[in-house]
Design a binder for this molecule. Sequence first.
Ligand SMILES: [Zn+2]
Length: 269
Amino acid sequence: MMKLYMDVGGTTIRTELHTYDTVVHETYVSCDHELYDLIGSLLKRYPGILFIGIAYAGMIHHGCIITAPNIEVKIHDLKQKTEQLYGIRVEIENDVNCAVLAEAHDHTSGDIVALYVGTGLGCGVVSDGRLLHGHDSLAAEIGHIPYKSTPFHCGCGKDNCIELYASGSGLLKWKQYHNLKGQPDLSQLRHSDKQIERDIAERFEKALLSAAGTMVTLFNPETLVLGGGIVSANPYLVEIVTEQIQAYALPEAAKRVTVVQTRLKDAPL
Ligand SMILES: [Zn+2]
């Protein structure tokens, strides 16, 4: 049986097609593709697909996309529509929830928090061996806790989310706000000769520390895994969190947690 796995983020859609003996990887630019159409074209190209697993950068409840701060959602009942039209099984889950399950398996830990920094700031929690969902599958959305007010809005509608400081979309918004040219690249900002750019990078680090410290204080994990595109491009963030977590979390919980960078290349997949 052919299986298609998709990691749908704010910037890219990555796919893994598992056939009997091969795995085919592909990457698409998110804004160029409506997900439902992309699935349709892939099913046409590979008619043997009988299962699709989707890791989605948004809030998912009972297989439905409720909202996605960094993706324009056109079809909320994607699972149901695809299953009905094509007669195949589709499972969809929040991407960082998928990632934390893979991390829990990788670290053989039942108490683990995954903090993924990419376009958004995503978080997943496995506590006492169980994935934390919350009543409406909205638990652990650390990116949207109130932090400091901003002169622009988050994808969720508020103007004080921590994600506006510690994420790729946040960096972009700060650059646009200050009329700064170039890509929102943390490493470039950090080493910039402009004070304002170095300030954006420094605020990013502080916000990430606050988010990490909050999760460690609330969930007392054995392991805190950092991942996502911005962490893999800036592994120094793992050192900063390891060295400074003590100042941002309950000291006893901070002392016991192990902070690591993800070892998995495609944890959500
Ligand atoms: Zn928000």
